[in-house]
Design a protein around this ligand. Structure first.
Ligand code: GDP
Ligand code: MG
Length: 716
């Protein structure tokens, strides 16, 4: 087994995908790969297991990624590690390499992004670097695969030679710490504290670095020795504090960087000063794009533009698909003779799922632009700018990625969003993030908004989508603030983020991301949403109307047929009227209809009629279901116009068109109410407690309902 390690954003996943043919998500921002991923590479006719580790700056247990990476390295013991570095910032990237060497890992260095480094005028003397470190180094461009095969081959050879362990690197940490380490190392060795996994000096070093995980494990294994070790640490800490006004951790970092810079200045980087003196394109661009005033304005413009283009272009194919589904429903209706089956197919499946699938072109265009934003490095700037705002609301800078993944810009999903909170170190800040990401405009809410905004805010579609997205943010931030002031009080922790340089996105990468995400949307519509739609169709179709009622209607129809005083046209119109009212009373009498009507006295405060209630209840399973349910309700509730597009039916329904307060209240509710079923489960998984799942469910419902009632009452 060979592992890929490196700082976030150094190109590990790109390399991993190249080696294994996998299509893991690559993004130009940190924190994407939290879990390790495994795959198989083929080299010289052999299969090699590869592991893509989460990106880390260090191997001290300060964050979850670091713990994951370290655990894999120490306990699963890869034969060798390919350390992927961004060659442009070797000085910082080598920090992790030093720690891998201290751990006794056999490593080869893949100096990645050589294309960029070279275009910046950086010259790396690979030979010299190999001489000084004793490690094999390979210039690479992971994007097109250059150099990767050589690096892998060297890693495999190294794994065979070394059997997974080499003598650990021991660098000096200055007189005080070296003495302490000399004293501590034999203690660790004699007690065999974690020495199955780690070199003894490394364990001692972790005590000096205040590594909670290592200390805890030692406490369990041997409390006595741990006590002794801690006593030594306390002694040097005190000494360093009083003599140099510094801490062991800081000292250790200084010496590691010192070691690195002595290597680099020793002929590895030939023109360091010259390169760093020149402000490159990214720096210049950032002067504007992350400027205190201009930055946020640009961000808002980008978000607006995203919706504008999506809607401008997307509305054409949207119309074609509507026509297609109408035609298709017509054809299916004509071909199926059994009324039950016909209703299932036309009213349940096509009217339901078709409504969601109709938005595929829009979703695809949106994902296209989002992929470009991600790959270009702009998303990282968004995070950087939002950090300033987040602090005010008791969230952490690292909360941004979860928000963006959940749909902060548009069209994400709270499920991976909640999982992405693992990068947060403080449990309280993490919990506040978990509980507020579901307010974002996720990909499932998007079609609901597009539908209604398309019907009722025709002139300002993009503007309204934009404003609703901002409303989601406002809700999330205010709720976070409330939570951090009340039930999850706690201190704020600092945040450092490295901004990757801007890059022209790779065309193939953008296309792959767009197609992948679009396919996921389609797949969800074709599986989960389809299944739920059928269930809801059944709940809306049964138990039907009582037999006497059916009889009565038949008699009425027969009476009209027999009435000689009516013209044929009048007859048809009257029969139609009776049948229509029959259909809607059938829907009202169904199980779902009864539930919807049961709630109506309360929900009417927010302007929701019973049909809306059914749709919103369905939406707890998955937000797209709001649309499928409305589609089915309209298809079941009348006999005519079965294949007119849902948007026309909504446009002609007085419940919506005669009262904009109903529409607004409905949309506000949809934005804020309970996370969908899967998100609720993930909240339990990530927070560890059902309590927070129920909190999310009921608190968000109550909040959404109050907001909707307020909107309805104010707008009338
Ligand atoms: P990870 O965080 O280490 O997994 O990094 P990723 O594989 O997600 O890559 C981060 C960004 O760097 C993506 O936008 C890649 O397209 C880009 N990238 C990766 N390798 C190269 C390279 O060799 N040259 C250039 N110019 N960009 C690269
Ligand atoms: Mg990655």
């Amino acid at each position: 087994m060979i592992a890929l390690a490196g700082n976030p954003n150094s190109g590990k996943t790109t390399a991993f995908n190249h080696y294994t043919g996998a299509r893991q998500h690559v993004g130009n921002y940190p924190g994407i790969t939290v879990e390790k991923k495994e795959g198989t590479a083929h080299l010289d006719g052999r299969n090699i297991i590869l592991v893509d580790l989460p990106g880390t700056y260090s191997l001290t247990a300060y964050s979850l990624e670091e713990v994951v990476a370290r655990k894999v390295l120490a306990e699963e013991r890869p034969g060798a590690v390919i350390d992927v570095l961004n060659a442009g910032v070797l000085n910082r990237n080598l920090y992790l390499s030093v720690q891998l060497l201290e751990l006794g890992m056999p490593i080869v260095l893949a100096l990645n992004m050589m294309d960029e480094a070279e275009s910046q005028g950086l010259k790396v003397n690979i030979k010299r670097l190999e001489e000084l470190t004793g490690i094999k180094c390979f210039p690479c461009v992971a994007r097109n695969g250059n150099g990767l095969t050589d690096a892998l081959r060297a890693a495999v050879e190294l794994a065979e030679e070394s059997k997974g362990r080499v003598a650990p690197l021991e660098i000096s940490y200055g007189n005080d710490l070296d003495i302490a380490l000399k004293e501590m190392t034999p203690l660790v060795e004699d007690a065999q504290l974690l020495t199955d996994f780690y070199p003894a000096r490394w364990v001692a070093l972790k005590f000096l670095e205040n590594d909670a995980e290592v200390m805890e494990r030692c406490q369990k294994a041997n409390p006595e020795v741990r006590e002794k070790l801690t006593a030594i640490v306390e002694r040097v800490t005190h000494h360093l504090k009083s003599t140099l006004d510094t801490y062991p951790e800081a000292m250790i970092a200084d010496y590691r960087y010192g070691w690195i810079s002595s290597v680099l200045k020793n002929g590895v980087l030939e023109n360091v000063e010259e390169v760093f003196a020149r402000a490159d394109f990214s720096d210049k661009a950032d002067k504007v794009l992350t400027h205190r005033v201009a930055g946020p304005l640009v961000l808002l413009a980008v978000l607006y533009f995203l919706y504008f283009v999506t809607i401008e272009i997307g509305n054409y194919p949207l119309g074609w698909l509507e026509t297609f589904f109408g035609w298709f429903s017509d054809k299916v209706g004509g071909a199926v003779s059994s009324p039950g089956l016909r209703s299932l197919l036309c009213d349940g499946v096509i009217a339901g799922v078709g409504g969601v699938l109709g938005f595929v072109p829009l979703i695809m265009i949106m994902f296209f632009f989002i992929s470009i934003l991600e790959d270009s490095g702009y998303m990282a700037r968004v995070a950087y700018m939002m950090d300033r705002i987040f602090r005010i609301f008791g969230l952490h800078g690292a909360s941004i990625m979860p928000f963006i993944i959940s749909g902060g810009i548009a069209g994400g999903c709270a499920v991976p969003g909640v999982m992405a909170t693992r990068t947060l170190r403080s449990p309280k800040e993490r919990l506040a993030t978990i509980l507020t990401v579901p307010f974002m405009m996720c990909g499932a809410k998007i079609p609901v908004f597009l539908l209604f905004v398309g019907v009722f805010f025709n002139k300002h579609q993009a503007l309204n989508m934009f404003l609703f997205t901002l409303a989601g943010w406002a809700a999330a931030l205010l709720v976070a603030l409330g939570l951090r002031r009340t039930i999850i009080k706690g201190k704020a922790t600092p945040f450092v983020m490295e901004l990757p340089p801007y890059r022209v996105p790779l065309a193939s990468g953008v296309v792959i991301h767009t197609l992948e995400r679009t396919w996921q949307y389609i797949k969800k519509a074709g599986t989960v949403i389809l299944a739920i739609s059928i269930l809801i169709w059944a709940a809306m179709s049964y138990p039907g109307v009582p037999a006497e009622k059916e009889k009565e209607i038949e008699t009425q129809v027969a009476a009209i047929e027999a009435d000689l005083s009516l013209s044929a046209e009048d007859k048809a119109a009257r029969i139609n009227e009776i049948e229509n009212s029959d259909e809607s009373s059938r829907l009202a009498n169904s199980y779902a209809g009864r539930l919807g009507r049961f709630l109506e006295p309360v929900t009417s405060l927010a302007g929701f009629d019973w049909q809306t209630n059914i749709a919103l209840i369905g939406g707890v399973m998955a937000k797209e279901v709001v649309i499928t349910t409305l589609g089915t309700a309209y298809a079941l509730g009348s006999v005519e116009d079965d294949d007119a597009p849902l948007k026309d039916k909504i446009a002609n329904d007085p419940h919506w068109n005669a009262n904009s307060a109903n529409t607004m209240a409905f949309l506000v509710f949809t934005l804020l109410y309970s996370p969908c079923f899967v998100t609720l489960l993930v909240i339990k998984q990530e927070s560890g407690k059902w309590r927070w799942t129920f909190f999310s469910l009921f608190f968000n419902l109550a909040l959404a309902f109050l907001a909707a009632v307020a909107v309805k009452q104010v707008l009338g």
